[in-house]
Ligand binder design. Structure first.
Ligand code: BG6
Length: 483
């Protein structure tokens, strides 16, 4: 399946934190791939700003190495790399002082889109926004992009929102959640709203429950200091899993534009019931002789931060009452799997005496790996000899059709950056949406903090703590395998 590339308007993109991990692993390699795909206008420029002392040549050498590390060899060619490096400018900038700001202001071209990607911690968002104003670097068309974590609770998110609101209109602020840039996440909206087949069944009359799993096989690696202050609830549930839940549960927006889509997502968050502690399982991985424990990896031997969480979430509205959403995410699990499974109700009655217990269909929207959509169907086992039934998958795996490196499919970050340049906020979070999500998450965290609830331990390489299995067993349900 060939992908279509529509060039964007000419731009100057400033990456603040331009020598950091995100910039070198994701943003710059992503932009290079957009250049290869022909989406970048010929004069577009990327200005990397950071504290380090780099000459222009040193910086370009540094980025050349990053491209060698983070772009697959099939996509690297000397001519395109040289073209890409020509577009790069490096500016030494002090986010908290005055160094570099005048130079940055002077380096920007007039009459092109200006986007500022704050690829730095949230404590720098306010000083950066204020300096952009002070040096009169912004104009009506300016966009700023802010990374997660957007605060660590409702109060801090409100502060960030109000600081940014002093300098920018809401339609200039792009709060990134890279899950929204994933191909299959957008396909979920196409599946639901471009096909008449599923929508009549998309409710608790026909759906028994929904499972959302984001399992990772890696641990906290070198991010222990950050992660230990967040845990799975803040790092994953408040944003990525919440977005998946919203897109699965929301009502059809009247149009596919930023305001309508985000209005509908916000309604879902507002309809989430506050969860009681017996519907929450917090876990932490333990050492097993071969692998380190979470406490070892995070460098905090007394840590009670959760590296796994499972939740039973009820949505109080007409569509979903009676069909819970079970969410789970964790590190150091058996496999890296992200999927949404819509588990339909069992057929009400079996006419097949050989198969008295018919199973409900399961629609699986697989984000990674093997992106695709799969519907389990019950059919007759082929061959003579009676009416025995068997389950087969109706498989719409698009990974093989939409291979990112061979056919130019953008990854989540590059797609989202191009949306920033286009000024399209549909796949970004609005301020009120982020605050509502924090409000819900805060109420749950408060309960476990008040009760000093410690996480239960789980083995590396499994499905998470047994208590998480119980969360479903007690409702007569079971998790899908993390495979
Ligand atoms: C990040 C989290 O936002 O998402 C990480 O901070 C997590 O802890 C990552 O590993 C998962 O993203 P992906 O795209 O690899 O599923």
């Amino acid at each position: 399946m060939a992908t279509q590339t529509i060039p964007v308007e000419d731009f100057d993109l400033v990456i603040i934190g331009g020598t950091g991990d995100l910039a070198t692993r994701k943003i710059l390699p992503g932009l290079y791939r957009r250049l290869c795909a022909g989406q970048m206008p010929p004069n577009a420029r990327i200005i990397a700003a950071a504290r380090s002392d780099y000459s222009q040549t040193e910086f370009k050498d540094f980025i050349k190495k990053a491209l060698e590390n983070y772009v697959k060899s099939i996509k690297r060619n000397e001519k395109n790399i040289a073209l890409f490096l020509e577009r790069l400018i490096y500016i030494k900038l002090d986010a908290l002082g005055d160094e570099g700001w005048k130079e940055l202001a002077e380096s920007l071209r007039k009459d092109v889109i200006h986007a500022f990607y704050f690829s730095v911690g949230p404590s720098l968002f306010a000083p950066l926004a204020e300096r952009l104003m002070k040096y009169k670097i912004t104009d009506d068309k300016t966009r700023i992009v802010v990374e997660k974590p957007f605060g660590r609770d409702l109060a801090s998110a409100q502060v960030l929102n109000s600081v940014l609101a002093k300098c920018f209109r809401e339609d200039q602020i792009f709060r990134i959640d890279h899950y929204l840039g994933k191909e299959t996440v957008q396909n979920l909206m196409a599946l639901r709203f471009a096909n008449a087949l599923f929508e009549p069944l998309w409710n608790s009359q026909h759906i028994d429950h929904v499972q959302i799993t984001v399992a990772e096989s890696l641990g906290v690696e070198g991010r222990g200091a950050y992660y230990d202050k967040s845990g799975a609830m803040r790092d994953m549930v408040q944003n990525h899993l919440m977005q998946l839940l919203c897109l699965t549960a929301m009502e059809p927006p009247s149009t596919f534009d930023a305001a309508s889509v985000r209005d509908e997502k916000l309604k879902v968050i507002k309809a989430l019931e506050t969860i009681e502690l017996n519907d929450v399982v917090r876990g932490q991985y333990r050492a097993d002789g071969k692998a380190d424990s979470y406490q070892d990896e995070s460098g905090n031997p007394d840590s009670t931060t959760e590296s796994f969480i499972a939740l039973k979430v009820n949505i109080s509205n007409w569509r979903w009452v009676g069909a819970p959403f079970y969410l789970r995410t964790g590190k150091k699990l058996r496999n890296r799997v992200s999927e949404i499974a819509i588990v339909f109700k069992d057929p009400p009655h079996s006419i097949f005496t050989d198969s008295p217990d018919l199973k409900g269909n399961i629609l699986t929207i697989r984000l990674q790996p093997d992106e695709g959509i799969n519907l389990s169907m019950t059919i007759k086992e082929p061959g003579p000899g009676g009416m025995r039934l068997t389950e087969v998958p109706l498989d719409m795996t698009f990974a093989e059709h939409l291979d990112d490196d061979d056919l130019g499919m953008p990854d989540a970050y590059e797609r989202l950056i191009m949306d920033v340049i286009r000024g399209n906020q549909t796949l970004f979070m609005r301020g009120d949406e982020v605050e509502a999500a924090w409000g819900w998450v805060d109420r749950i965290i408060k309960q476990w903090e008040e009760k000093s609830l410690k996480p239960v331990l789980y083995d590396v390489g499994g499905n998470g703590p047994d208590d998480s299995l119980m969360l479903l067993h007690r409702d007569g349900r079971r998790w899908r395998e993390v495979s």
